[in-house]
Design a protein around this ligand. Structure first.
Ligand code: BYC
Length: 475
């Protein structure tokens, strides 16, 4: 169905046919806009930003590009086209028709997942509230704002489901999504990573690389859901999400490229010499990767989880690409081997039901996907003739959720004494001095086509435009 842009809330869900729902969402809309003005990008409300806006849900030509002032962005409700006669793809009801309404017995489980998903979207916008002020280029500034408006739209996607399918509870949850705030001492966001500040662009690129990629895997799992409106919503969100990870991967790649250029000019990898030239030395980048990767791993939940098992059994949340990647979609008898800490400084092997290990199955697939960018960045480093290699730390390192919570390990995953862990943390995670240095690099560059000295230009502009196109016209 085409998107109707003549309506107050653009949508392809026939909103005007359901006056009660339409009124409820129109009531929420000004609250969202107030939130955007207060918590969204600080100070750029009157800038013209070259944004893409969804205008269809087909793979081809789904978006148009043009100059938009962010508060005028048309946040709307878009579901991917229904798959005719779609059947439940996993769990105890495998093969039965999918649901158009939430079955009463699964209501609270669905609500919890939709609220958790919804909560991350505005959280990330809040985390990036001030970043625009220190943009390394207009190209990057535009990408930041593109990501921000689309996270806002993803909030709309979840709020639509809450309003349309969860009655008064859903409307209350939708209000709460605007009331919790990232890092707020009293009302923080639900998941840990979304309360971490993102106050520099290196963190932003790591976040879009690692944390948005958790988004990809969670959305892919929810896109398998038996609750068809949720599945269709998530399928369309994934179309938008790809750009966010592109921003992360190319952002880090450009940082690496610029550092390698300066290493070549100076003929050294000496950290102080490189810092003297205002670039991000590779060990510093590694510490940022360690921080954001380990934090994002927690977003998959515990290795052994009864929540995950019942979500799978009940057809609520599947595995990414459930239909194409797996043979057994029911997993009643399958088991999974885990290595967990034994509490005495050693390891123990555990065999658990595969259903209980679904979070770990997802986390493993995520880790493999994360490796791809590292291979590309390391290829650049290798080609430049250096031995240094970026790496992902062990999934045991610095965990706050699950079996490895508060177990001190080094980045290779070896269990070590607490004292050694604390003493060596400055080797592994950004130190206050690292953060001060990175902050010192964050000088705003707004001449079209120019880049800050710590980052190389991208290979190409947006939507085939030149690199020196004025992607953001500052008012
Ligand atoms: N921080 O059985 P457990 C994105 C809680 S990112 C704090 O271990 P479960 C995006 C958990 O909620 C994708 N708390 O795990 C990216 C539970 O609490 P309750 C977001 C945590 O339930 C960038 C308790 O611990 N989408 O889209 O199997 C920019 C025990 O839970 C954390 C989703 O997450 C944590 N890290 O799985 C913008 C999908 N981890 O309920 C956007 C929806 C766990 O007992 N959410 N807990 O009070 C889910 O599927 C699941 O809730 C989780 C946890 C995978 C998060």
């Amino acid at each position: 169905m085409a998107i109707d842009y003549s309506e107050k809330i653009p949508n392809n869900v026939n909103l005007s046919n359901d006056r009660t729902l339409q009124r409820a969402l129109e009531h929420w809309q000004p609250h969202f806009l107030d939130w955007w003005r207060e918590m969204g990008p600080h100070d750029f409300a009157s800038a013209d930003v070259y944004l893409r806006t969804a205008t269809g849900v087909d793979a081809q030509g789904w978006a148009t590009y043009g100059a938009v002032k962010m508060p005028d962005y048309r946040w709307g409700i878009f579901l991917a086209d229904a798959i005719p006669e779609r059947k439940i793809g996993f769990g105890d009801s495998f093969g039965e028709p999918v649901w158009q309404q939430v079955p009463g017995e699964f209501r609270s489980q669905f609500r919890r997942l939709i609220v958790t998903q919804g909560d991350t979207e505005p959280a990330s916008v809040e985390q990036q509230h001030l970043l625009g002020h220190t943009c390394p280029s207009l190209y990057d500034l535009r990408n930041l704002f593109q990501v921000n408006v689309e996270e806002g739209r993803h909030l709309w996607a979840m709020v639509y489901l809450l309003h349309a399918h969860f009655g008064r509870d859903g409307r209350e949850e939708a209000e709460e999504l605007l009331a919790r705030h990232s890092g707020d001492a009293d009302k923080p966001r639900i998941l840990g990573t979304f309360n971490e500040p993102i106050s520099d662009w290196l963190s932003f690129f790591c976040f879009t690389y690692f944390t948005d990629r958790d988004g990809k895997f969670q959305l892919k799992s929810l896109a398998e859901s038996s609750f068809d409106p949720l599945a269709r919503t998530c399928r369309f969100m994934l179309t938008e999400e790809a750009h966010h990870m592109f921003v992360g991967e190319t952002g880090i790649g450009r940082v690496v490229r610029r550092t390698l250029e300066v290493m070549k000019e100076l003929g050294t990898d000496d950290v102080q010499a490189l810092r003297g030239q205002g670039v991000v030395d590779l060990p510093l980048l590694q510490r940022y990767l360690n921080f954001w990767f380990s934090s994002s791993l927690d977003l998959f939940g515990s290795e052994v989880s009864s929540n995950a098992a019942s979500s799978f059994a009940n057809g609520i949340k599947g595995r990414p690409d459930e239909t194409t990647q797996y043979q057994d979609h029911v997993c009643t008898d399958a088991t999974y081997e885990l290595e967990t800490p034994d509490g005495k400084g050693g390891l123990q092997k555990e065999t658990v039901s595969l259903r209980n290990a679904m979070n770990e199955v997802l986390r493993e697939a995520y880790v493999r996907d994360c490796e791809i960018g590292l291979k590309r960045w390391n290829m650049q480093i290798q080609k430049a003739g250096h031995d240094f290699r970026l790496r992902l730390p062990s999934t045991r390192f610095r965990r706050s959720i699950g079996a490895w919570t508060n177990v001190s390990t080094d980045p290779e995953g070896r269990i070590i004494a607490r004292e050694e862990y604390e003493r060596r943390l400055p080797e592994w995670l950004p130190t206050p001095a690292d953060r001060t240095y990175v902050t010192s690099l964050m000088q705003r560059v707004t001449t079209p086509g120019k880049m800050a000295g710590w980052i190389a230009p991208p290979d190409r502009g947006i939507n085939n435009l030149a690199l020196d196109y004025e992607y953001v016209r500052l008012a």
